[in-house]
Design a protein around this ligand. Sequence first.
Ligand SMILES: [Zn+2]
Ligand SMILES: [Zn+2]
Length: 386
Amino acid sequence: MADYYEVLGVDRTASDDEIKKAYRRMSRKYHPDIAGPEFEDKFKEVNNAYEVLSDPDKRRMYDSGVDSNDPNASAGFGAGGFGGMGDMGDVFSTFFGGAFGGGSQGPTPRTQPGRDALASMTIDLKTAVFGGTEQVRITTFGLCPDCSGSGSADGSKPTTCPDCHGSGYRQKVVRTMLGQMMTSAPCERCEGHGDVISKPCPSCMGHGRVRVTRSVGVKVPAGIGDDSRIRLASQGEVGEGGGPAGDLYVDIRIRSNKQFTRDGDDLHCWVRVPMSWAVLGHDLEIDTFDGEKTVTVPAGCQPEDTVTLKGLGVTRMRAQGERGDLIAHIAVEIPTRLDDEERSLIERFAASHDGDATHVAQSSRPAAGGQSGKKGFFSKLKDALS
Ligand SMILES: [Zn+2]
Ligand SMILES: [Zn+2]
């Protein structure tokens, strides 16, 4: 164990002030810049001595026989902790590097993860019913095709930054209230990367990515609702230096359909039938998303009665394979122009049903304006059709 009191030339009872003065004297005397490089070891010894004796705790431990500069010492200051004051910068950057904006030490990788991207697309109701793959065009950062993300032209490699020698940081002396301190800041020349792209790729200016417009196939699940959002992993923005792409989010809107209105998993449509079909009953074909289907209008069908076609609605999101229903609303068309023959037929019909008509008029006909005053889904449906 080195005798630190002897190194500094003070006796064992020296005060803190005497130790400080002795250190200043000795460090000036043995500084390699003044005394010559051969005194480097001596200078380190002086620093080691001051390191221990200027700290009351370490001095106490030293006096009791434990040298905190000794790697074998059991006091926990060992290996690497205070390996000497030879390089002030190292010590201070260990202490203050983080606090003074240096952040984590070491160069910043050129390759950074890309950000998420957002797109939107409008799909047909039929796609929502059955699901399908739709293309959406997006413009975002993609991998530079000319350098495959490396940022360097002609397959050249980045070279170690001559300013920071690859560390990505440069040490600076800052003046603070406590005196001068060493701190580290990102190297300006290499922007903290530690290396320099000497021959930047002309297409991406060394960034490894370029703006590209591309088409992305979006798998739309059957039964998707309006205003849904679909996530496509790794289809977002490619990162700096060709870093891994973020995700792509696609907002889905469903285009309104002239024929069908959706209500949850059910579809609704209007079917106009002549009065005679409503009276006598009739089968008719309608176009559905599943092709032509038969709607059986029962005899005696009333205005706004419905006919349900089971399982021709929207696929259920939570039970793929199952579907809602298609509900056909019957709109009975009352003839407005009759020829003479038709008129006499209706008159004969009316004559034989006179009593019923009176009865209906008194008891079960809706109040004036009742039909058009109906609120909710049916009126919305009508609005959509008009
Ligand atoms: Zn490039
Ligand atoms: Zn640098």
